[in-house]
Write a protein that binds this ligand. Structure first.
Ligand code: ZN
Length: 327
């Protein structure tokens, strides 16, 4: 296990970042990737998805936008030859003294997701990866889905005896009320999204484990939900406050590092591109102003970081970079 300590220039905080072990089959407790003292943050990667092309995912994308961006972008986050974006599908887990919270539930297994063949009836090892971090499904107290798209609700449920049942038997599942009311009546043009609601949201509601929440909902004294609409009408973020550091799980308010440098880019999956842009700008300003650790749902390694103000907008300093270096 390689450890690195980064002095961030924020008082006494030493953010501890560890490379997660890739050997997850022995199911022994692994170190968190970020240790904030009173909260440990883990990440489970379900898969890396390179099926989305920059020019189709971002309707306003032009290859010139890549000019003058940091070197690390290619090819770790964007394949220049194919034009593919590198997106990680992952869940975050936060363990505090009071709660173990899972944020976003990826794609899931056994789900009907055609025509997206590589999401269809997957047989992935997500639960083994969870176990390798030292968690059983029954250890999860809270599941927070930032929104109801198919890549954020999949592991809410598993197929058992032909029925969709909740994966995390003791968890309270938090859904934005606005999001739920919208998704339960909206005929989404993408059949995958309708299917996801039916197999990964409705069974949770029917189980009695769902809690519909509003902006400002406090999970406990450390976690607060903040709505950030645009990508979806009830899109939400989860803020973690520890004495050492604030972290913001921003879900799909931002999908890809290029949007730090070009926050005007909304995706073809954003229901209201204009509102999505406004929420993204608000979030970036907040992270910059409060030195908040930004942890999105789809950034490839190193998966999160700090937002800095630059002469021409925002910049990104990855969480494993030294504070003195700048990208
Ligand atoms: Zn997503």
């Amino acid at each position: 296990m390689a450890w690195r300590r980064n002095g961030l220039g924020t008082g006494d905080l030493n953010l501890i970042v560890a490379k997660p072990s890739t050997a997850y089959n022995n199911c022994t407790m692994q170190h968190p990737i970020i240790d904030l003292g009173s909260a440990q943050i883990y990440r489970i990667e379900e898969c890396i998805d390179t099926s989305f092309l920059g020019k189709s995912f971002f309707p306003q994308f032009q290859s010139e936008l890549l000019n003058n961006l940091p070197d690390w972008l290619l090819p770790h986050h964007y394949h220049p030859d194919s034009g593919a974006l590198v997106l990680s599908m992952h869940s975050w887990i936060v363990k505090t003294e009071r709660h173990t919270v899972l944020i976003d539930a990826c794609i899931g297994n056994d789900k009907d997701r055609m025509p997206r063949a590589h999401w269809h009836r997957r047989q992935g090892d997500f639960l083994h990866r969870l176990a390798a971090l030292g968690f059983q499904p029954s250890d999860i107290d809270v599941v927070m889905c930032t929104h109801m798209h198919a890549d954020h609700v999949g592991w809410n449920t598993v197929l058992r005896d032909g029925r969709w049942v909740t994966t995390f038997p003791k968890a309270q599942y938090l859904f934005s009320r606005v999001e739920y009311e919208h998704a339960s009546t909206y005929q989404h043009p993408n059949p995958i999204m309708r299917q996801a609601f039916n197999d990964s949201v409705l069974p949770v509601v029917e189980s009695g484990q769902a809690l519909m929440i509003q902006d400002g909902h406090e999970v406990d004294e450390m976690f607060t939900v903040q709505l950030a609409p645009g990508h979806t009408p009830g899109n939400a973020m989860l803020r973690l406050q520890t004495p050492a550091q604030e972290a913001l799980f921003v879900g799909d308010v931002i999908h890809h590092p290029i949007q730090v440098y070009h926050p005007e880019l909304s995706t073809m999956a954003c229901q209201d591109p204009q509102a999505s842009r406004q929420s993204r700008l608000r979030m970036l300003h907040h992270c910059c102003e409060h030195h908040t650790l930004m942890l999105p749902a789809h950034f490839a390694a190193p998966h999160g970081g700090f937002i800095e103000e630059r002469a021409a907008g925002f910049g990104l300093r990855w969480l494993n970079e030294d504070a003195s270096s700048s990208a």
